[in-house]
Design a protein around this ligand. Structure first.
Ligand SMILES: [Zn+2]
Length: 238
């Protein structure tokens, strides 16, 4: 029996997670603003703003190296998808939108985040048949999209693996762009970003629950793969 959550239980957890994911050093900005004084051409002292990439989060604004973050994000999927029967459709949409704000924040293309997610979700994904109802979050490359019995499916391949999964329940959406510091200033520190994951295609972050094996028929082909009910699929922001 899957545990379910009331609307207010889910909402308070999502609200709390919004704060938890944010880097405390730069307050989620990804950069730190410093002030220095310079003398201008007329000899007046003027205050000048400079911006430096945050040492703690490497400009992402979120604590992606924190080991507990993958579990926290995955449990968010649990709160969005396993609502109790009293939760109205309107409330479900509200939860989804609020959770998407958190997912957008953490959908960053950084190798340290992909690795952190892999070490948490990899063990569930590699034996998906045995791990039904486990919430997972992972970075994946996109395969084709298909429709079967009026449900849309998306093929995804988790980062660092060769195994395909079928997702349903959420469409791929673009993440909100990371705030950038204003153009002036910079001191060159802006280039010290964390390494990203690269491939010929684009990567997404999938957050959802493993739902066992499934079969989908499309274009005369049969796809048999582990299923993920997705709470969100979001393209990674740079
Ligand atoms: Zn930071």
């Amino acid at each position: 029996m899957t545990k379910t959550y009331t609307f207010s239980e889910s909402q308070s957890i999502i609200f709390n997670d919004k704060k938890v994911v944010e880097c405390t050093l730069c307050k989620g900005n990804g950069f730190i603003t410093n002030y220095t004084y310079q003398t201008d051409t007329s000899g007046r002292k003027v205050k000048v703003e400079t911006f430096e990439v945050c040492e703690d989060c490497g400009d992402t604004g979120v604590t992606i190296s924190k080991m507990s973050l993958p579990m926290l994000i995955s449990l968010l999927a649990d709160r969005v998808l396993n609502t109790d029967i009293k939760t109205t459709d309107e409330e479900k949409i509200k939860l989804k939108i609020e959770a998407q704000e958190v997912f957008s924040k953490v959908a960053v293309n950084r190798k340290v985040w992909a690795d952190n997610l892999s070490s948490f979700s990899g063990k569930f994904l590699s034996e998906a048949e045995k791990n039904c109802n486990e919430p997972v979050t992972f970075i994946a490359s996109l395969g084709s999209t298909m429709k079967f019995e009026n449900i849309s499916y998306q093929l995804v391949k988790p980062y660092g693996t060769e195994k395909w999964f079928l997702t349903y329940g959420a469409d791929v959406r673009g993440a909100v762009a990371q705030p950038q510091p204003p153009q002036q200033g910079g001191r060159g520190g802006w280039r010290r970003q964390l390494p990203t994951v690269t491939s010929s295609g684009s990567y997404v972050m999938v957050t959802g629950i493993i739902r066992g094996m499934g079969t989908v028929e499309s274009g005369g082909k049969i796809y048999s793969a582990p299923m993920i009910e997705a709470a969100d699929i979001v393209t990674l922001r740079k």
